[in-house]
Structures are given as C-alpha cells and as structure tokens.
Design a protein around this ligand. Sequence first.
Ligand SMILES: [Zn+2]
Length: 318
Amino acid sequence: MYYIGIDIGGMSIKGGLTDETGKILVKDSITTKPDNPYPETVKDIAELCDKLMQKAGIDASKLSGVGMGIPGTINSKKGVITYSNNIKFENVPIVKEFRKHLDVPTYIGNDANCAALGEVVFGQGKGYKDAILITLGTGVGSGIIIDGNIFEGKDGAGAEAGHMGIQINGERCTCGKKGCWEAYASAAALVRQTKRAMQKHPQSLMHQIAAENGKVSGRTAFKAARENDKAGISVVNKYVKYVSEGLISLVNIFRPEILLIGGGVSNEGEYFIKKLQRQVSMYSYGGKRNPYVKVVKASLLNDAGLLGAVALCLPKNA
Ligand SMILES: [Zn+2]
C-alpha cells in the first residue's frame, strides 16, 4: 500500500510517497507560483505525484490515496478549498480538478489539522486519542484531535485556536481583530517582544547576540536567557506566560491527554517545554486533582504536513 502526501505552502509545494507505516520512500517539491494560478497549480501537483511514483518505481494502480494539507478553511467533505489567503484560493473544488489528472481517492484537510493527525498516527502523539498540536511559527496554528479524529467545526472553519482572544483591545492580529493569542504567542510576536525589551535594555546580551546573527530572531531572547541575561530571561518568561495562557484555556475546554508543541520556537527544546509544562500543570482547572496533561515537543517537524496528509488517506481516517 502506497500513499502520497502533499503539503501546500505559500512558498513551496512538498510531496512525499510513503508506505502505510508513514515511512517516506521518496520526496520532492515544486515552487509555489506567484498568484498560484488555478487550475494550473493543480496540474503541477498531479505532475509532482507522477514524478514521485516514477522515482519510487510504482504506478498509479499501487497508489491507495493522495492526501493534501492546505492552509486556510478547507471543506474536507466536499473536497473544496473555501478560503486560503496564503495561496490565494477561494471556493476551489480541488479534489474534483485533481482527479481529472490522477484518478485515485483524494483527501484534503487544513494543514494544521493534518499535522495534528500526523502526530497521533505516526509521531510523538502515537497512542493518544485526545491530543492538541500547537505550532508556534509565523502564526499560531492548531489542530485538535478528539477520540482519534480531527475536530474541525462546521465546514472545516473551526479549530483556529490562534485567534482566540487573550486580551481585550490588545495587539493587532493578522486576522484584523485585536488581542488574539497569535499576536502574543507566535514567533513573530516573540521577535516584537524581544525588540521592545532591547530598546529598554541597551546593556542586554541580546544586542550582541542579534548583531552576531545579523538580526533579531525568535532565538535571540532564548539564547540570552540561557546565558543568564536578566532582560532575556524576562522576555522568555513573559513569552512562556503568553503561550501558556492559550494552552491552559485549551486544556480547560478539551482536557486532551497530550499537548504537542511544534513550529520554529519548539526547537528551543526541553528548556522551553518544561516551562510550559509547569504552567499548564499549575494553572489548568483543578490542578493536580484533574488528569495530567503531558506537554511535549512535536516530532515530525518539516514532514508533519506531508505525513499528516498521508494520515488522511488511511482507512481509519478516510
Ligand atoms: Zn487573529
């Protein structure tokens, strides 16, 4: 049994051919065209699939399914991209169009939802039925798995935890609203918080670290904090509070067994994850009296979208 997972992003479209255990046999990618013309892009994706099959030495008859993880609001039942601002698709019947080129069972899902499913099927969340994945990158992505299935709300428009409010009249979010969790907990927000602290603390080690790297990044404050720089520690602790604020709300609503943390900031590893765990354990409703929620770093990293898309095709999920 072979599957193809496609991870559609604003910069590139990645594809991987796997077996049913999620082992990636071959991988390839194409650049996302400017303005992403439809239906040409769909044809390009089909060609990418052909290339993957050629490389792996299999033909379409051996292919059990193609899954696609796509940013935005995805109507997985109808096979339609309702709205994706990243790739500029609106009301696109992508599954129908794709099957004109390659007629195999094709499934689509929101990329963050796919990544969460990928983690519970193939990754660090394996064996858990109730799990939430949060990705801390340019934005804050979320995927909610309840009893082994993706929870996506009506027509796939739910599970956007990054846009839950944590501050009335707070910082402006990319969605237009003020005070969203994403405006405080994304890597982009961390960079803003770091820059503000640097202005206030000209003696902080963060200046030297940023100069060495040529820019202020999501790592600047963490690096300084590890060197015991006071201003750096303060930025990290505040950022941990912001991230935890959302995690605790999610725990109080869903009480998953496990919280998986992905995205660029998760590369800070145990130093960061332990701080989140402490906050979640201390401040979730009921404290130690309620079931323990484990906080771990997500494991599939750059392959999460691709493997999550494959997970969509597996008999249990399709
Ligand atoms: Zn928002």
